[in-house]
Design a protein. Structure first.
Length: 285
């Protein structure tokens, strides 16, 4: 176990924060820390506005650069490996193991798939992400191709299939419950089924015992976990999403379930060739 290098979080003050005090904004927007913890960081000079240390009662101006510095910390141990499934000059597709975060966030800054991939070649950027507990295919692209690949994901031009180990006797079906933000005691909000959410579609194509093949048409956060729980068949061991949408006492990054991003198909951004890629399931399946 080693210390990471710490990090600096940056954001541009949005319109809705204009005129709000620095302490009020941070403690309301970033509930992972208490109001007293934010007050202490500000007092220690670890929070700046446009490069200068700011007071707790400083009024925020729209467009200001707000930064706060997090000192080095010991990150949780994770599997620091990945498998290259496809690579050419514009696109890299890898298979990540369960337990490895795709991107920095929360307790993870350096123990991430992005860090590992960029250590191999710094030109790559992730165009989507998988949850920490989900294994399987993740697509990276160069700066010249990232926008086109991201657009293909956004416009539902990417065919995506998952393998999921579920509870109960799930049957093939199409699930269209909308997904949006709902209240959560630990995070403030998280994604789950919500009447005010966005359209989401998951197609359970095949069920073999407890192992289901699910094609997702949209790509909402935690979509497979949310939808299967909503129809009464949550992932086996899912610590967060319970039957019929019940939220359990856990975080989205907590482990214990099996979900594998198994297959992807999309057009290459430069050649137009149809790429069909498969990540062999992890042994835990």
């Amino acid at each position: 176990m080693t210390l990471n290098s710490g990090c600096v979080y940056r954001e541009r003050v949005p319109k809705r924060a204009g005129g709000v005090t620095l302490l009020d904004w941070l403690s309301a927007e970033y509930v992972h820390s208490s109001r007293d913890e934010w007050r202490q960081r500000i007092a220690e000079g670890r929070v700046t506005l446009d490069g200068a240390a700011a007071a707790s009662d400083a009024a925020l101006g729209v467009g200001q650069e707000l930064c706060w510095t997090r000192p080095p910390w010991v990150e949780p141990e994770v599997p620091l490996t990945f498998e290259v499934v496809h690579e050419d000059a514009q696109v890299l597709v890898v298979s990540k193991p369960s337990g490895l975060p795709t991107m920095p966030g929360g307790a993870f800054s350096e123990n991430t798939l992005l860090t590992l991939v960029r250590a191999r070649d710094a030109k790559w950027s992730a165009v989507h992400r998988l949850g920490r507990g989900t294994s399987g295919l993740v697509v990276f692209a160069t700066p010249e191709s990232a926008a086109a690949v991201s657009r293909a994901f956004a416009e539902r031009e990417v065919e995506k299939r998952y393998l999921a180990r579920v509870t109960g006797a799930l049957e093939p079906q199409t699930i269209t419950a909308p997904i949006g933000l709902v209240p959560h005691a630990k995070l403030g909000e998280l994604h789950a089924v919500s009447e005010r959410g966005r359209f989401a579609q998951s197609i359970v194509e095949k069920v073999d015992g407890s192992l289901a093949t699910v094609r997702i048409v949209t790509g909402r956060p935690h979509q497979v976990r949310v939808h299967l729980a909503w129809v009464g068949h949550p992932l086996e061991g899912d610590p967060l999403y319970g039957p019929r949408g019940a939220l359990l006492d856990a975080l989205p990054s907590d482990l214990g379930y099996y979900l594998h991003a198994w297959q992807l198909a999309f057009r290459h951004p430069a050649s137009g060739e149809l790429l069909r890629l498969t990540a062999h399931p992890e042994r835990s399946a």
